[in-house]
Structures are given as C-alpha cells and as structure tokens.
Design a protein around this ligand. Structure first.
Ligand code: BES
Ligand code: MN
Ligand code: ZN
Length: 486
C-alpha cells in the first residue's frame, strides 16, 4: 500500500492536538507564514530560535531538522523543512522526501500554508515514505499523512495524477523487492491480470501459445525451471481508436542463476531483481490507467526463470527465434537478450507500434560503465531518444546515451548460427544492445534502456529508501504525457 495523503484546511486546534509528528515548511529566512507564527508562540519561540542557528542556516532547500518533544504541543517532534516560497519542482519533492524519510507508524501532519508547490511536496513525501515491510514481523508501515494547505480542494484535484504515478512506482518497487519463491512467473502474471480492475486489458500467453508463435529463444531460457514461461500483454487504449501505440517491452527474469553457466554465489540473491524491466513496464501501464492517459500504449513482458537443471539449455545449443534468425547460446547467463528478442519481434508483428522502448537489467557491463546513477540508453531514432532523455532529466532520473554501431556486429558473429548470444568482455552493454537491434525493424523508432545499475541501488536515493528504486516509471509516464498527450 502506498502512503495515503489527505489535504485539509489549516486548523490550529487540530495541530495542537497532534500526537504524532508535525512538519512545517519554512522559507530559508524572513517572514514565516501566519500559522507557523502561531505555532512558534505555542512552542514558546522555539521555532524561530532554531531558525537563527547554524544547524538551520546550513541546510539546503529541501533539507530538514527535528525539534523533539516540543513544549506547548502534544506532538512528539516538529520537523522544520527548509523550502523557498518559489521552490523548484525538485526542491519541493526533496522537501516532501525529508518528511517521508522520517515518517513512521505515528503519521505526520504537514503545515504547508503559503507553499505553491504543495502537490510536489506530497509527491516526494509519498515516494520517499514507501516501505517494503511485508516480511518484517514488526512492521514499519507509515501512518496517515495530513497536509494543511491553502486550497485543500484544489490540491486534492491537482495531486490525483501524481498520486497515480506514486502508486505505480510503489507497485513496481513491490514487484522488484518480492523474493523469487513468492514472485514466480505465474504469480507475476496473476498480479498483472489484477490490473484488469483498473481498466487495462491483460492477456496471458502460456507455453503452448508461445510454442505456436515460435518463441523458441524465450522458451529455451525458461525450460530449466519448474515455473512455466509466460508472456503478458497489457493494453491501455486511451487515445484515438486507430492510432498506432507506443510499445513498452520488459525483461522479466524472475530469478537469474545464470543457468548452466551458473553465476558465483556471492551476491546471487540480488538476481531477484532481474525482472526489473517487466516491473517498470507494469508500473507505467498502471500509472496510465490510474490517471486515464489519453494515449494508446501496449506493454509486453516476458516472464521466465533461468535455472540449471536436467532440462535446462546448454552452452552450445542453437535456438531459432520467432523472427526466424538462429542464435548460438555461448553463455546461458546472457539470457535476457534471448527473452527480449522474441517479445520485441512479437510486439512489432502484432501492434505495428509507432515507437518501441525496452527496459532490461541486461548487463553487468552497464553497471561497470555508469554505476548506479544513470541508466544506459541506446537508440536508432534521435527524436524518440531525445524526448526520452529530456523526460528523464525533468523527473530527475539519471539517463545517459550510449552508442550503437555496425562495427560491433563482428563480436556477435557465430560460426554455426546467424549470431551468438555473447560478444565477449569488451563493450558488453553495447554488444547486448547490438544483439537486440537485430530484432528491431528499421522502420520502428526504438530505444533500449539497460537498467541493470539503477533498479536496485546500494543506498537510498533522494526519492527512495534503500531497495528497489522504481527507476523509469516517472520518466516513461512523462514521456507518454509529453509525446502523446499534448
Ligand atoms: N541479469 C544479468 C545482468 C545484471 C548484472 C543485472 C548485475 C543486474 C546486476 C544478465 O542476465 C547477465 O547475467 N548478463 C551477463 C552477460 C554475459 C554473460 C555476456 C553479464 O553481464 O555478466
Ligand atoms: Mn544472466
Ligand atoms: Zn539476467
């Protein structure tokens, strides 16, 4: 459950009675809003006194400090949050995040009078207030959030589309955080099917259907697992009836042991996140449905588990993709591209999309290149790529363009088949992208986003606690809004 936010009128008596936390948005210096002045008097001047101290003065916009057990109030703490009157969107989200970071089961009442960007504050609060505590006996689930704002009704309306995105980001983070014994391929498909309730059309293709379509590359990856392969197709039809959709394609490897080319034990538990691309696609579809986007978008995810087994594929196997091209499997750990090859092709054959974007935790090489702060973006189309990079910048999600180029093709040339599935040590993220490009038609504008480094960062970020980030949901939601709805 994402954090629930309510906007209300400023009410001083209610504020005095709050037993949880209070947060007050305050300008760096100068006059403070009338209600904050009353609060200060009630606290015997402690609020203004704090604002004269270095601890306050050296805070950057969006940062905060705590006054514990304030005199004159029932609250357990008053958090002073620095936010200029004319804050940027980023600053407002960061201020909200500071409140969300401190949020506990006791809840919080936010005094946001005089602040124009109050819905962005609420958005940051909701994103950073997210907790994945399903498996902790002592749960830390955040309590209720009330934001006292100048125009609560207007704020409630303006927050709706942002609340939809925050809900979708939480949905993606939940999927990424779930362990692989819970989030099997079939459980994943079931959770996506539940989105029929919010107006998405959802189809689940089972193994016989995938065989019939000829998706041998995808099926080969899953054939060593007890958990059967699934492809899930989600459609949102909010645009003109016959206009070609944007296609979003996601790698959904629910667990990646490496298969017969097995990974080392160290860190293998993180491979529960190898379905992150599919998680983002599902989250974007959720956001579009919840905010009733005026656009046609289709999401296709390939769900498989990569396990070593008597029936698993071997190094040296040659598989035929749905497109018809044959692939020599040099390393069974380069499985993501085999999954994507078939669903990229399927999406183009079935939907003739106006544009196509795939997301995948595809290569360790991408993490080596860009670390955890930027996803790598590969594209065959300048317009789509620039729109994507711009949307990412606006949402504060790091993204950096990487090159494609025919000269890399020699690295994936096979002696026995049309191509092989690994290109060796050098340029590993690029040879993977170059492999995918073989399954993209020249006429399809396409971006590939390698999210291996950004899906599960090693530390908390501005808008997420440590754990799954949901990277990409905000960016792609904005891309749809800016490219297709305006
Ligand atoms: N899922 C991994 C990539 C990955 C690594 C994601 C680290 C997140 C963090 C992918 O399936 C994989 O194993 N790739 C191999 C490819 C190699 C065998 C060509 C890799 O990057 O080592
Ligand atoms: Mn792998
Ligand atoms: Zn993988």
């Amino acid at each position: 459950m994402p954090v629930q936010v309510q906007f209300s009128e400023a009410d001083f008596e209610a504020l005095k009675a709050v037993e949880g936390r209070i947060a007050v948005l305050l300008p760096p210096e100068g006059a403070i809003p009338a209600l904050a002045r009353r609060l200060d008097r009630q606290m015997r001047g402690a609020l203004k006194r704090a604002m004269t101290r270095e601890a306050w003065q050296k805070l950057k916009p969006g940062e905060a400090l705590d006054l514990a057990f304030p005199a004159g109030l029932a609250a357990e703490a008053v958090q002073l949050v620095k936010l200029p009157k004319r804050a940027s969107v980023t600053e407002a989200r960061k201020a909200g995040a500071a409140i969300g970071r401190a949020l506990g089961p006791e809840g919080v009442t936010v005094l946001a009078a005089g602040q124009a960007k109050v819905v962005e504050v609420a958005f940051g609060l909701t994103l950073r207030g997210y907790r994945f505590d399903r498996y902790q006996s002592e749960r830390k689930t955040p309590g209720p959030v009330t934001i006292m704002a100048d125009k609560p009704d207007a704020a409630t309306g303006a927050f709706l589309p942002l609340a939809a995105v925050a809900d979708a980001v939480a949905f993606t983070r939940d999927l990424v955080s779930e362990p692989a014994n819970v989030l099997t391929t079939t459980e994943f498909a079931d959770r996506l099917a539940q989105m029929k309730d919010i107006g998405l059309s959802v189809e689940i293709l089972d193994e016989p259907a995938l065989e019939k379509l000829g998706m041998r590359a995808l099926l080969a990856v899953g054939q060593g697992s007890e958990s059967p392969a699934r492809v899930v197709v989600m459609q949102w039809q909010g645009g003109e009836k016959d206009s070609a959709p944007l296609a979003l394609i996601g790698k959904g490897v629910v667990f990646d042991t490496g298969g017969i080319s097995i990974k080392p034990a160290q860190g293998m538990e993180e491979m529960t996140m190898d379905m992150g691309g599919a998680g983002v696609v599902a989250g974007v579809m959720r956001a579009l449905a919840l905010r009733k986007a005026r656009a046609n978008v289709v999401g296709v995810v390939g769900l498989v588990e990569n396990m070593p087994d008597g029936r698993a594929q071997r190094p040296g196997d040659i598989v035929r993709s749905m497109k018809g091209d044959t692939i020599e499997v040099i390393n069974t750990d380069a499985e993501g591209r085999l999954v994507l090859a078939d669903i990229l092709w399927y999406a183009q054959e079935r939907f003739k999309p106006a544009g196509m974007i795939d997301l995948a935790t595809l290569t360790g090489a991408m993490v080596v290149a860009l670390g955890h702060d930027n996803a790598g973006v590969f594209a065959n189309d300048e317009k789509l790529c620039n729109a994507l990079l711009k949307a990412a910048a606006r949402e504060g999600e790091g993204a950096w363009r990487m090159p494609l180029g025919e000269s890399y093709d020699k690295l994936i040339k096979s002696n026995l088949a049309d191509m092989k599935n690994t290109g060796g040590r050098w340029a590993g993220a690029i040879t993977a992208a170059q492999f995918l490009k073989r399954f993209v038609k020249d006429e399809t504008p396409w971006c590939h986003i390698d999210i291996a480094g950004v899906t599960l960062p090693p530390a908390e970020t501005d808008l997420a606690p440590k754990g799954a980030s949901g990277w990409g949901v905000m960016t792609l939601n904005r891309l749809v809004a800016e490219m297709m709805e305006s």
